[in-house]
Write a protein that binds this ligand. Sequence first.
Ligand code: NAD
Length: 455
Amino acid sequence: MSYQKIIKSQQEFFYSNTTKPISFRKKQLKKFLKLLKDNEEDLNKAIYKDFKKSAFENYATELSLLYAELSHSIKKLPVWSKKNYVTTNLANLPGSSFIMPEPLGNTLIIGAWNYPYLLTLHPAISAMAAGNTMILKPSELAMNTSKLMAELINNNFDSNYFHVIEGGVAETTELLKLKFDKIFYTGSTAVGKIMMKAAAEHLTPVVLELGGKSPAIITKGASLKMAAKRIVWGKFLNGGQTCVAPDYLMVDKTIKPKLIEEIKKQIEKIHGNDAQKSEAFVRIINPRHFKRLEKLLNKQKIIFGGQTDENDLYISPTLMDNVSWDDAVMQEEIFGPILPILEYEDLDDAIKQIKQKPKPLALYLFTNCYKIRDRVFNEISFGGGALNDTIMHLANPNLPFGGVGNSGTGNYHGKYGFDIFSHHKSIIQKANWFEPFMKYPPYNSFKLKLLKKLM
Ligand code: NAD
């Protein structure tokens, strides 16, 4: 079926109002949850084929979050979708006022490869809960997971409601010519601009979940052992291919040697002396990204790791010290297992440096000083983050997830996801027994006086 035909059938289906009842949406969410759970083994196999991601990590960082989001949405849907009554102002009395969430209509969701299930299916859950139809376009770079998502969804849902279209740039370019009511895109900032331009043609609202260089600041007095544990986990999870991974460290000079020692110990503790043999260490997605990352390695600055094996698309967990903003590794989002370490003498100066860069998707602060916490969180703009941890903010469905500025626009998860796929319709409901006469011409000074009093 042509893309045009699919979207036309989705438009007709949406206009039939079938997706609107809460009972329908709940039924689909339950069906979706069952479909994923029933096929967990295949989902594990496909992602292992894509980049050797283990079943444990697939569950911990993708499937469990999808199951939780589905269960949360099923439970909360009646509350989220309720009419919300608000106070009515004097000029509108006698009457009442309410806000009514309604589905936007036909949505296009374009996913990234690094968490191929999570980043494609999580927004689809929000769109489904909000009562929309969905077309998903998973990333072609994770081809096994893309194929499996297409098989599972297209064999179990009607194409006029929920459908997967596979493909790369050519297919996405064709899709973007069509009119949708919302485009939800996860990926690079460069391609985000292409999405926004294409959407502007149809005045389609977009959500852009982009990337950037997310710093981790470690101050004097921080709990270094715990900081090292959480930094190593967040950085090397998924082979460093995580949008919210700490991209680089900005460390107080006086504690840097101790922190580095703890980080090295922690890497060896979880991955052994040779991470290539570790069950839990993910590979680089493809040769292009492998070569890109290899170019960022500066042998003179490597203080740990630095081993590569192109045949296995393996790059070991690597630390680079004495890095400055001029190094190649600081010119782009790393998106791989390389951790550059920058040092500072004065926190003011560190804050200033970070503020001069594009607003990051995440920021992590390791400190035991609440004054510093308040300063950093107030002064630096970033999507979201954590105090004394990395990444975990995205695992709380009560927190909105998204970027700001170059790292994205719009956010989702839980109620925020429901809201971003809904239109919030405002309604004034009037009584028929009174109507203010001064609203109507002919106007005079008495009417104006009354109006001024009322307003
Ligand atoms: P990408 O932008 O290359 O690809 C993402 C999607 O866009 C894919 O489905 C791809 O087919 C499509 N695409 C690529 N080029 C296109 C073009 N020219 N025209 C139309 N469509 C095109 O991104 P990626 O490499 O898959 O992901 C890495 C980036 O995504 C990183 O910057 C990372 O930080 C970011 N990211 C952000 C989040 C988030 O939630 N904010 C999550 C994961 C990844």
